[in-house]
Design a binder for this molecule. Structure first.
Ligand SMILES: *[C@@H]1O[C@H](CO)[C@@H](O)[C@H](O)[C@H]1NC(C)=O
Ligand SMILES: *[C@@H]1O[C@H](CO)[C@@H](O)[C@H](O)[C@H]1NC(C)=O
Ligand SMILES: *[C@@H]1O[C@H](CO)[C@@H](O)[C@H](O)[C@H]1NC(C)=O
Ligand SMILES: *[C@@H]1O[C@H](CO)[C@@H](O)[C@H](O)[C@H]1NC(C)=O
Ligand SMILES: *[C@@H]1O[C@H](CO)[C@@H](O)[C@H](O)[C@H]1NC(C)=O
Ligand SMILES: *[C@@H]1O[C@H](CO)[C@@H](O)[C@H](O)[C@H]1NC(C)=O
Ligand SMILES: *[C@@H]1O[C@H](CO)[C@@H](O)[C@H](O)[C@H]1NC(C)=O
Ligand SMILES: *[C@@H]1O[C@H](CO)[C@@H](O)[C@H](O)[C@H]1NC(C)=O
Ligand SMILES: *[C@@H]1O[C@H](CO)[C@@H](O)[C@H](O)[C@H]1NC(C)=O
Ligand SMILES: *[C@@H]1O[C@H](CO)[C@@H](O)[C@H](O)[C@H]1NC(C)=O
Ligand SMILES: *[C@@H]1O[C@H](CO)[C@@H](O)[C@H](O)[C@H]1NC(C)=O
Ligand SMILES: *[C@@H]1O[C@H](CO)[C@@H](O)[C@H](O)[C@H]1NC(C)=O
Length: 451
């Protein structure tokens, strides 16, 4: 938490920024489709000990050299329980809909998904290809697989070791093998069972955030979905994780832009802690800035401040709630450097409603060929940030990122205190979010009071 020294040091000219900021460390989720199928042969836990990319070193770099303090760690439900039906291994998975790797379009609605995940966009693994699997149970039930959970937990522990806050992200699009949880697919009790076990594992870890589900979409009944989310929340709390934050995901690929109009906001507002309170229950939203909101193009067309983050912020403020932008990103282009920096500057300027953000994505993605790469070039001790990370994810927070290995600061610090878009646009009922140390102190008390 590097904000605190600034505050205590009395640097009054530095505005408050989002409490949490960082990137996604992808890899365990590779092979997951928007249908909620998972080809576990393509899962590439982003750890060198697994023969893959150095996600642990990346997180150390981001934390130490960039002051980042949030990492989101995607993984499939199937991986955690080692459910191998639909694995696409060719060894009897009769329901498999995705081949060894679906590098084509990702389904009827690709607007909010990243892809196609061609092999070339990922880091070369060495010896990571998992052996063919015979179909085990298709059920989304049972206990966490000891081996697979231990692998995932290595990434979680590597994250926690940096001092950052770490999001457990179940990357299943509200589904398990093509069927919606609680609406034809696994029961709410199955899903609650998953979360109960995860909640138990991390009940004592204050810096874990439970990300209930990545990018629900095409949900038949949103009120039923809210009931599913409620059961997961109740299970996490009952497991002893009573104070940690939990991310509540809406539909339309958890779109920030349609969060209110789709009914996500209204329905998810009914979700409560067992004691009836709303402490720690944070709305989860995503937003990409390209022409079709898909996050598949290198060029950006808008920062979506006026049409998305301002109205959403007003809703949050009015209802005394907070949201986290757990995925956003852009290519290494002039348009995305312009738009993503503007988006994140706005988010940083409104920390009373926006808890934080995580860029998509580093981890197992190639630092050279993946359209939205945030993977630093080089290796541990020697990492160099992508421009989009350095300028937008880091420097919109008013700190210079260390883009070079020798520790020389590069690039001038931005001044997030300058933009007053929220206030100057006259958004009703919204107090200034940046400026004085007093505001920052109050904000931090509120944000961290649940810990
Ligand atoms: C895979 O990478 C790991 C970590 O760098 C290394 O220890 C291991 O020797 C490599 N294995 C092969 C087969 O290259
Ligand atoms: C950059 O690196 C130097 C030397 O390691 C360190 O003192 C400084 O705090 C780092 N900057 C940030 C923003 O973390
Ligand atoms: C898998 O395929 C079998 C046989 O076609 C079918 O009975 C079963 O319902 C399918 N399972 C799922 C999850 O679709
Ligand atoms: C998928 O990748 C293979 C190998 O690179 C290529 O031959 C094929 O055309 C690709 N399919 C699509 C739909 O892009
Ligand atoms: C999916 O994205 C591709 C590439 O941008 C686009 O050509 C296609 O029309 C999109 N499909 C849908 C259904 O949005
Ligand atoms: C992707 O990688 C897997 C594992 O190495 C390989 O079996 C598959 O053929 C590759 N797919 C393409 C399209 O290159
Ligand atoms: C996962 O399940 C498959 C099929 O049952 C089995 O072959 C494999 O050993 C399991 N892997 C782990 C890590 O438990
Ligand atoms: C979400 O809202 C948008 C417009 O606000 C609409 O086009 C889309 O169909 C909605 N999706 C769902 C799942 O309600
Ligand atoms: C829940 O979502 C549905 C479908 O979008 C919507 O019609 C309804 O008004 C929402 N409920 C609440 C309480 O907002
Ligand atoms: C995807 O984007 C296109 C173009 O912006 C839009 O027409 C279409 O409705 C979107 N589809 C979904 C499912 O949001
Ligand atoms: C956003 O709104 C402000 C204030 O109304 C306006 O000055 C600005 O041009 C708008 N930006 C975009 C990209 O529409
Ligand atoms: C990003 O774009 C800049 C300017 O075109 C270029 O110098 C740099 O090499 C690019 N970075 C990557 C990782 O491609």
């Amino acid at each position: 938490m590097f904000l605190l020294p600034l505050f205590l040091g009395g640097v009054a000219s530095v505005g408050a920024v989002s409490p949490l900021a960082g990137v996604n460390i992808a890899g365990f989720d590779f092979g997951v489709e928007i249908t909620g199928t998972a080809n576990l042969q393509n899962a590439q836990g982003p750890l060198m000990v697994l023969g893959n990319s150095d996600g642990a070193g990346q997180m150390q770099h981001f934390a130490k050299n960039d002051g980042l303090n949030l990492f989101r760690l995607p993984v499939s439900w199937q991986f955690l329980i080692n459910s191998s039906e639909f694995a696409g291994s060719g060894s009897g998975s009769s329901n498999a809909t995705n081949g060894p790797f679906n590098n084509g379009t990702m389904g009827p609605s690709n607007n909010s998904t990243r892809g196609p995940f061609t092999n070339s966009t990922m880091m070369p693994g060495n010896g990571t290809t998992r052996g063919n699997r015979t179909p085990a149970s298709n059920a989304a039930t049972g206990t966490l697989d000891a081996t697979n959970f231990a692998e995932y937990d290595m990434l979680v522990q590597a994250c926690l070791a940096t001092g950052a806050t770490c999001v457990i992200d179940i990357h299943n699009y509200a589904r398990f093998n093509n069927k919606v949880i609680g609406q034809g697919g696994p029961s709410n009790a199955d899903f609650a069972n998953l979360w109960s076990q995860i909640g138990t594992k991390y009940a004592k870890e204050a810096k874990i955030i439970f990300g209930i589900m990545n990018e629900p979409h095409d949900i038949p009944d949103l009120s039923l979905w809210a009931a599913t989310v409620q059961e997961a929340v109740t299970a996490i709390r009952a497991a002893g994780a009573t104070t940690q934050r939990i991310l509540l995901p809406g539909t339309d690929f958890t779109s920030a832009q349609t969060f209110i109009s789709n009914g996500s906001a209204g329905n998810l507002s009914t979700v409560k802690n067992p004691d009836g309170s709303l402490e720690g229950l944070i709305f989860d939203v995503h937003k990409y800035l390209d022409v079709d909101n898909s996050g598949t193009h290198r060029e950006c067309v808008s920062d979506h401040v006026n049409d998305t983050f301002m109205p959403l912020g007003a809703f949050l403020k009015k209802n005394n709630r907070m949201a986290m932008l757990s995925e956003t990103g852009g290519g290494n282009t002039t348009s995305c450097l312009r738009d993503l920096c503007a988006t994140l500057k706005f988010i940083n300027n409104n920390p009373d409603v926006y808890l934080g953000y995580a860029g998509w994505a580093a981890g197992g993605f190639s630092p050279e060929t993946y359209e939205l790469t945030m993977t630093p070039r080089g290796s541990n001790g020697n990492f160099v940030d992508q421009d989009i990370v350095k300028q937008c994810v880091v420097e919109t927070r008013g700190v210079a990122s260390n883009a070079t290995a020798n520790g020389a600061l590069s690039g001038a610090a931005a001044d997030p205190g300058n933009s007053k878009a929220f206030q100057s646009a006259g958004t009703k009922g919204m107090a200034p979010a940046s400026g004085s140390g007093l505001v920052l102190g109050v904000m931090m008390l509120r944000v961290f009071s649940i810990l």
